[in-house]
Design a protein around this ligand. Structure first.
Ligand code: SAM
Length: 365
């Protein structure tokens, strides 16, 4: 047992180095030791992301998606399958649909680990081996959801090919269909996904960006106009004791679900205009401040402590990813700094995943 644990820690250490330095060997999922370590550590995180984003799909997708008898999901770069299966299971658990999930990976051995797997009611699994982005026979068919998690970072030199692939995916997507792209939260991975998102919006005028950006933006992502910016999620999450012990041994901090994601739709309505907090809410002497974005403009908004009152008391409680009603003075000129006045109510509209705040209840002071 002890040997297995220390072997997994050693393997995860190597995987982690390879992912962050972009030196991961192309066959890591073919080696049983690294495949087992990936499943044991990253698999649990992938499962948590699949569940969280599945819940978000239930909130944000067109209701027509869940009136279908069968929802067909295509997942690219599935690895050991935890992300895709958690996404599928979450949809299955909350609606009357049946789910067909097709998983694609360059590693036949990774796919063999999940297929046939144990049988689950309502979920039918299939897979195919393919080297992305060029081998795409699966795109001859129509899909309701096309997802890809943590695969772009391993294919930085093939951005253009992935852009082509997702343009083709848009063409074969059902009218109520979704494209869900997820990458790690670090600056390099995040910016590369945001840049791919901009290309997809530019090339597919009918595509709606449902999340995370408010207002269904079509314009270039404001984070990309500053080379130091990027946009990512940091949502509360609980992990198993085993994962936390492995993380501690590696010096990793696993206290939240961190990721960059983009959710596109062909048929759902975009989020209404709002301001999303895209940084932590900082507290400094005499003020609270954060970076906010409405999908077009990115600016600092601050509340001076002396302006904290009944109408503004929710400002210091805001968490990354939450959205609030924008002030009439938005968008701002340059420098993009807005001082929230004492007499303007801070109205929390939605949690990071789109769940609305209950307007009837306010947290006690
Ligand atoms: C980091 S894992 C992600 C697995 C899963 N999507 C998740 O989020 O947990 C990346 C997976 O993508 C696969 N992959 C990477 N590049 C690929 C490519 N060019 N074609 C097909 N599969 C690829 C790898 O084999 C690996 O299984």
């Amino acid at each position: 047992m002890k040997n297995r644990k220390s072997r997994i820690i050693g393997e995860v250490r190597e995987l982690s180095k390879g992912f962050s330095r972009r030196t991961i060997p192309a066959d890591y999922m073919d080696r049983s030791e690294s495949r087992e370590a990936y499943g044991a550590y990253y698999g649990e995180v992938g499962r948590a992301k699949g569940e969280a984003l599945g819940e978000e799909v239930l909130i944000r997708a067109s209701p027509a998606l869940f009136r279908k008898e069968r929802v067909r999901i295509l997942d690219l770069g599935s690895g050991t399958g935890e992300f895709a299966r958690a996404l599928a299971r979450t949809l299955l658990a909350s609606s009357e649909i049946l789910v067909d999930l097709h998983m694609v990976d360059r590693s036949e051995k990774a796919l063999a680990r999940i297929i046939p797997g144990e049988k689950e009611t309502g979920l039918s699994l299939s897979s195919s081996k393919a080297l992305l982005p060029f081998e795409r026979p699966f795109l001859a068919e129509g899909w309701d959801i096309v997802s890809m998690a943590n695969c772009l970072a391993e294919n930085e030199s093939a951005q253009e090919g992935f852009c082509e692939l997702f343009c083709q995916a848009v063409d074969v997507l059902s009218p109520e269909g979704l494209i869900l792209l997820v990458e790690p939260a670090d600056k390099r991975s995040s910016r590369s996904l945001l840049a791919l998102g901009d290309r997809l919006l530019e090339r597919n005028p009918g595509l709606v960006l449902l999340a995370p950006c408010p207002g269904g933006r079509k314009t270039p992502c404001p984070a990309l106009s500053d080379p130091d910016n990027w946009c990512h999620e940091d949502r509360p999450a609980g992990f198993s004791g085993e994962l936390l012990r492995t993380a501690e041994a590696l010096g990793h901090v696993k206290d939240a679900l961190k990721m960059t994601y983009l959710l596109f739709s062909k048929g759902a309505s975009p989020q209404r205009p709002s301001l999303r907090l895209v940084s932590p809410l900082h507290r400094e002497k005499g003020l609270f401040w954060g970076d906010f974005c409405d999908g077009r403009d990115w600016a600092k908004v601050r509340l001076l402590t002396r302006n904290k009152g009944d109408l503004t008391r929710d400002f210091p409680r805001l968490r990354r990813g939450e959205s609030i009603a924008p002030p009439a003075a938005w968008p701002l000129g340059k420098p993009a700094l807005f001082d929230w006045p004492k007499d303007l109510a801070v109205v929390r509209l939605a949690h990071p995943d789109g769940r609305p705040f209950d307007r009837g209840t306010r947290e006690p002071s």
